[in-house]
Design a protein around this ligand. Structure first.
Ligand SMILES: Cc1cc2nc3c(=O)[nH]c(=O)nc-3n(C[C@H](O)[C@H](O)[C@H](O)COP(=O)(O)OP(=O)(O)OC[C@H]3O[C@@H](n4cnc5c(N)ncnc54)[C@H](O)[C@@H]3O)c2cc1C
Length: 415
């Protein structure tokens, strides 16, 4: 789809608004339905919020989603055309059961929406054997019997001649990994939520919520007041404004698209997603195949980035320009990893991470109000989970618990 068509499709999302006659909570209670009353209000219709609107509306709740910008937008954490999805989770094996659910839900979303959102490209891992990327991934793969094939230096040179990988590094291929198109996924969740009867308002920022007896009141920058029984706060990098978390750090991250000498060598059919670590740089590097411009919006080129804690920022005042020094650093890295393959950097963009102190997510009920569910602190690795987080949120709202093992994501771990 061309960028303009994609944006038009997205804008269509912003203008639709339908009320749900089969309101779940209100049909069970004596509360009088008024125009501005909802079973659930979801604050932030980005990665997790759009999925939550979809899953909640599917369960029959009368849902209002409030998004301060457009859906999707390039100001938070979900912009940039692609996100890696993988199962041999180096961060911690506890994420694997959630990933099993996420994979299933991405497939269901594609079927219901009738369009492709997940691309199975495989993922090549390169790194020293003592690096967390390799050790942690092998541990998760072994524990959960994930297909994870090690290959030799000779095989690397034959199958992935684009890379210059040091001798002695461990090389692994995860066959069932791939990429998700974040903007398309968010539009899909939002459109299906609208179809289920949700109301989604864009360019309307929630500025305050207040508990009043058994309802929660939400005030917005449009001077409106909405009421609900349950509130979901999924405002990404802005979470501290409404959930009073002081221990989250928002960082400015850079994504780059390089211009290779030969596009064909890096095309979707010839080249996998990849991730690379060494013992001298912080974090890891990762990248994607070139996505054809006729079916993907966004910059054309070989996308790659450095996953590490970038500079601290305020989400309302992010430096969006990229300095020559920052761009040169990225160009030198990619030219070193892929010698004689890269001409220049085409495009650079910024995106935001919200870090918790242990880099694990927050998916929990509010410690002082069990009618509020909070998702946040996705620490730069959350998108692949969006399809399952929405389901978990809908269960926390509906039943107060989830069948998925999410104890390790609870807020009490910070006490
Ligand atoms: C460069 C980069 C690369 C990444 N790569 C990967 C990857 O390969 N794989 C992966 O799994 N993850 C990846 N991630 C992480 C992933 O994209 C994030 O974890 C995920 O998008 C976070 O989702 P979210 O819903 O918390 O935030 P968002 O998607 O940003 O949604 C929050 C929304 O809330 C809205 N909002 C905020 N405040 C208010 C308010 N007061 N009222 C109304 N609306 C409000 C915002 O405008 C925004 O739209 C990457 C992130 C970045 C930045």
């Amino acid at each position: 789809m061309k960028r303009r068509e994609f944006l038009q499709k997205s804008i269509a999302v912003s203008t639709l608004s339908v009320n749900n006659p089969k309101s779940k909570i209100y049909s069970d209670t004596k509360i009088q339905l008024k125009g501005n009353d909802y079973d659930v209000i979801v604050l932030g219709v980005g990665s997790m919020g759009s999925s939550s609107c979809y899953h909640l509306s599917k369960k029959g709740f009368k849902v209002l989603g409030l998004e301060q910008f457009d859906i999707p937008n390039d100001k938070g954490s979900h912009n940039g055309q692609s996100r890696i999805i993988r199962k041999a989770y180096f961060e911690h094996p506890s994420y694997v059961p959630l990933l099993e659910g996420a994979y299933k839900n991405w497939k269901k979303l594609e079927n219901e929406y009738g369009d492709k959102i997940y691309y199975k490209t495989g993922l090549a891992y390169f790194g020293p054997k003592n690096h967390l990327l390799i050790k942690g991934s092998l541990e998760s793969a072994e524990k959960y019997k994930i297909e994870f094939n090690q290959f030799t230096k000779k095989e690397q040179l034959k199958n992935y001649p684009q890379f210059n990988i040091p001798i002695g590094y461990t090389n692994i291929f995860e066959k069932n990994a791939g990429l998700i198109i974040p903007e398309k996924a968010i539009v899909a969740f939002t459109k299906l939520a609208l179809k289920n009867g949700a109301t989604i308002n864009t360019n309307e920022k929630a500025i305050e919520w207040l508990k009043k007896d058994n309802v929660i009141e939400v005030k917005t920058n449009k001077g409106r007041i909405y009421q609900c029984r349950k509130l979901v706060i999924s405002t990404g990098a802005w979470i501290s404004e409404l959930a009073q978390f002081s221990n989250l750090e928002v960082t400015r991250q850079i994504i780059a698209w390089a211009k290779p000498k030969n596009n064909e060598e890096f095309s979707l059919n010839n080249f996998p997603c990849w991730t690379y670590a060494n013992n001298s740089s912080e974090g890891i590097f990762y990248g994607f195949p070139i996505l054809p411009s006729n079916s993907f919006h966004g910059p054309f080129g070989l996308k790659f980035a450095h996953h590490f804690k970038g500079e601290l920022t305020n989400p309302n005042n992010v430096k969006r320009s990229i300095s020559n020094k920052e761009e040169k650093k990225l160009l030198n890295f990619i030219k070193g990893l892929m010698p004689n393959k890269i001409e220049s950097i085409n495009t650079v963009k910024t995106c935001l991470y919200s870090y918790t102190s242990d880099e694990d997510f927050i998916v929990d009920k509010h410690p002082e109000n069990e009618n509020i569910v909070i998702t946040g602190g996705f620490s730069g690795h959350g998108f692949k989970f969006a399809s399952i987080i929405g389901e978990i949120v809908s269960d926390l709202v509906d039943k107060g618990n989830s069948k998925y093992p999410i104890d390790f994501l609870k807020i009490k771990r910070f006490n």
